[in-house]
Design a protein around this ligand. Sequence first.
Ligand SMILES: Cc1ncc(COP(=O)(O)OP(=O)(O)O)c(N)n1
Ligand SMILES: Cc1nc(C(=O)O)sc1CCOP(=O)(O)O
Ligand SMILES: [Mg+2]
Length: 533
Amino acid sequence: MVTQLSHPFSFNFQSTVNLRTSWVKVTAMANHKVAHVLSVAGSDSGGGAGIQADIKACASLGVYCSTVITAVTAQNTLGVQGVHGVPEDFVYEQLKSVLSDMHVDVVKTGMLPSIGVVKLLCHSLKEFPVQALVVDPVMVSTSGHILADPSILMAFRYLYCREELLPMADIVTPNLKEASALLGGMKLVTVADMCSAAKSIHDLGPRYVLVKGGDLPAPLDAVDIFFDGDHCHELRASRIQTHNTHGTGCTLASCIAAELAKGSLMLPAVQVAKRFVETALDYSKDIVIGSGPQGPFDHLFKLKRSTYNSSRRRGFNPNDLLLYAITDSGMNKKWARSIIDAVKASIEGGATIIQLREKDAETQEFVRLAEACLEICHSHGVALLINDRVDIALACDADGVHLGQSDMPPRVARTLLGPGKIIGVSCKTPEQALQAWADGADYIGCGGVFPTSTKANNLTVGLSGLKTVCSASKVPVVAIGGIGLANAHSVMEIGEPNLHGVAVVSALFDRESVSSETRKLHSVLMDVLSVAK
Ligand SMILES: Cc1ncc(COP(=O)(O)OP(=O)(O)O)c(N)n1
Ligand SMILES: Cc1nc(C(=O)O)sc1CCOP(=O)(O)O
Ligand SMILES: [Mg+2]
């Protein structure tokens, strides 16, 4: 019988036993197998290659990555300043720890700094067999630095060939220099050379060979050769003009491993991996990390999104809800002004947060509008939220979204947007308000406080409904629906500390001058605030 734990942190023997029993039950019930790659590789202090690249690549493709660190390197964008091997018995210790417990699907190897480490790895893989082995024979990094002791370089061929690593491999992914070293110094200068090298490496035992041609003399396309035992496939991709290529080899091999762990066949896994690297290089081509000739790239497609240079880096402040302006394309069209001009005017008048509510905009136009409005908002330190469309918010890196009860669930939106974005949820009842809080909303919009013609068939909750929701809500509230100059003070005066402002559409945008209407409403709100103090 599984005893319920009244307090998970009351630590005595009996509760430990109960905890274990419950855990077994929970895992059995959950039964959600996670694809898992073990990376056996060296650490790159610069974060662009090695273990660090492997973890990021797997994470980006939705695969768990555990690690066995074989060496610690001191390196940056200038080169490799030092290599410090982890003692072999401790590499073995790590291998046993992970492989004996964690149900690894695929092992991917990178820097293997000694024959002893290769032997221990082969021994461990016999003791704990996995679904696939991806060998990136790291000897020469993309920058041309030798990541092994000279004696290792001498023994490189022996290391990979004689100690059974290559015969155990499902795929080996040498670059031109590594392929040449594996074949005892064979010269590789053409695509035909690469194909015959792939065949010769295949004779050493691996099931598939990918010879990477990134170093071929200046062709237009990047060409890799994939040999499946029968045929050489030329895999071409456009060459991205960038110096941020550090870690491409490790990343490619990790992506192959990740796709295999998800159940892919080999050629599709290689194709996805190549697409990933190409997309990441293109995304990262102009980022600047370090002063050396070869920088890292962004595996997670997020670094350019950081608000490093933006005036909006302060997170969500409930006081931003004070004068919440919501756009309406129909109204702005009626008054012959663009949404961008309308947003500008409302900020001039004192709007404290903007929501783009463009129900009829085509997606491409919506992205363009949102990008332009974001620039205006951020130059004034004002947050921009997108109504309904999480995809638009993601595409333009807006500050957040506002979601209704039948829009995307806030929890799903949170996983897509990340923890730093603002999520608002429309609520008409205390139950909805509590649920919004439980789902991670930052604020709720409550209405319609008064009847409105802006939103069809909208239920009016009145000031009493607003009061009930405000007193139940655990997050700040903004009131919405039929609010304008004439009644804003009555809304703000309901005496609920949780009510932080009013959200308005027609009172600002269905008027001739957006800036002066906003200014007047702002002044009403400031008067209410000053009386409240
Ligand atoms: C601040 C604020 N509150 C409520 C709403 C209404 O959102 P929703 O219920 O999803 O209705 P639509 O606006 O999508 O028609 C809002 N937009 N903003
Ligand atoms: C978009 C919207 N949501 C509402 C809700 O009750 O959730 S009322 C509303 C329309 C608000 O427009 P106006 O300020 O012109 O009345
Ligand atoms: Mg909505």
